[in-house]
Design a protein around this ligand. Structure first.
Ligand SMILES: [Zn+2]
Ligand SMILES: [Zn+2]
Length: 108
């Protein structure tokens, strides 16, 4: 088994950070999220991502980092919006760029 330093998944962007740097990253990431969300057309705006409730995991009697990360990852994934042409999922600002070049598949 390979031991690696514990990392925490950011519930906003889904990237992994060290247990110390996540505390610095999260408020910045949320701020960035709000800036980007405000720039999006109304139909692509999303509700603010929900921070994973750590206490409910600790309440089980142990600090389950894997469960926490899985929940954070799911939260970050729910930020993705499916393309209504090809069905692939993108971050809303990426989707706008993508849809400029996405062509509907010709039905056979
Ligand atoms: Zn983040
Ligand atoms: Zn597409």
């Amino acid at each position: 088994m390979i031991r690696r330093p514990p990392t925490v998944v950011c519930y906003i962007c889904g990237r992994e950070y060290g247990t110390k740097s996540i505390a610095i990253h999260e408020p910045q990431c949320l701020k960035k999220w709000h800036n980007e969300n405000n720039l999006l057309p109304k139909e692509l705006r999303r509700p603010e991502p929900k921070k994973t409730e750590v206490r409910s995991i600790i309440a089980k009697g142990f600090y389950d980092l894997d469960a926490l990360n899985e929940a954070a990852w799911t939260s970050a994934q729910s930020q993705l919006v499916p393309c209504n042409i090809c069905g692939r999922t993108f971050l809303p600002n990426r989707l706008i760029v993508h849809q400029r070049s996405c062509k509907p598949r010709v039905a056979k």
